[in-house]
Design a protein around this ligand. Structure first.
Ligand code: 0GY
Length: 304
């Protein structure tokens, strides 16, 4: 039996526009998800939302439409710690996708090795209360210790207001760290204000990788185009630009398709691609953000 979608929840954008910006060959969409399809891959009973379906076939169609070469598919909370749909998608991509899993602390070595063989390269720790009941830190430390020998990293998702409480714990983890959506800054505060500066210092001190992603989730001004140009989410631009300028070798980009939990508007994924040259303003920054950095983290040693 299939569950009904959460009320007010918008479906992913049909027929996205063709971006004006041409993504460089080998571009990696380093943050996207699959939702089901639930008839094949049921959602987890403990989930906090029920999405529409957004399966691997639609993801790969978007990849090809936008001119993306590879995907990093991050386990979505609606699937809990059942990684079947994500792993199925990664396998189906025949080497053109990697995965980020959600696992429990009692996971065995055999299961971890199977995930690794399928293309999983990290685990996600989620501290966003509307999405999960966050696991105790001891459990997360146990998981990090188990995955570190595989060369995996930990993807961190948290609200910017929670960073002061969490950064000591993050610094204690034995793996590389990757932060989702620039640590979710409050973009109504100045880019040089205490909250974002604290985030930048945390990134610097711990060699953190940062996803310059989700302007649509962070923006207050929204997708309104400026002067008829394809410049949306302008209030987020200074934040992305600052991260790319300070850490050009540790930034990643992703679409976040199929965009969970959006209720006010659903982004046109073509417009999200056109946001990229707003934040990565030189060809070199763009190549690092879109190709070199994600390749070195997820496909080390492989040619584009
Ligand atoms: C994102 C953001 C969100 C949701 C999830 O796994 C998820 O459910 O990541 C969110 O609601 O902010 O990265 O997709």
């Amino acid at each position: 039996m299939s569950s009904l979608k959460t009320a007010g929840w918008l479906d992913w954008y049909q027929n996205p526009s063709r971006p004006t910006f041409r993504l460089p060959p080998g571009t990696v969409d380093a943050h996207c998800h699959v939702f089901g399809p639930q008839a094949e891959f049921p959602f987890a009973p403990e989930r906090k939302y029920t999405p529409c379906d957004g399966g691997k076939d639609e993801l790969f169609a978007l990849r090809d439409h936008l001119g993306v070469a590879r995907n990093v598919i991050v386990q979505a909370t609606c699937h809990g710690a059942d990684n079947t749909a994500m792993v199925d998608a990664v396998r189906a991509a025949s080497g053109r996708a990697r995965g980020i899993a959600t696992v429990r602390p009692d996971i065995g070595e055999h299961e971890l090795l199977e995930l690794d063989a399928a293309g999983v390269r990290g685990v996600r720790f989620n501290f966003v209360r509307r999405l999960v009941d966050t696991s105790p830190k001891e459990d997360l430390s146990t998981i990090a210790k188990k995955v570190a020998p595989l060369g995996w990293h930990v993807v961190l998702y948290f609200e910017s207001a929670d960073l002061p409480e969490l950064e000591g714990f993050f610094g204690s983890l034995p793996t590389p760290l990757v932060v989702d959506h620039m640590g979710r800054p409050d973009v109504t505060q100045p880019v040089g204000g205490p909250q974002f500066i604290r985030f930048l210092r945390f990134v610097d001190a711990n060699d953190v990788w940062v996803k310059v992603s989700c302007p649509e989730r962070l923006s207050v001004t929204g997708p309104a185009a400026l002067n008829g140009e394809r410049h949306a989410y302008t209030d987020v631009v200074p934040f992305g630009r600052r991260v790319v300028a300070e850490f050009p070798d540790r930034v990643l980009w992703g679409t976040d398709w199929p965009h969970p939990n959006l209720t006010d508007h659903m982004p046109d994924d073509g417009l999200l691609v056109d946001h990229v040259p707003q934040v990565a303003v030189t060809a070199e920054q763009q190549r690092k953000l879109l190709v070199d950095n994600p390749m070195s983290l997820y496909w080390p040693g492989e040619d584009v």
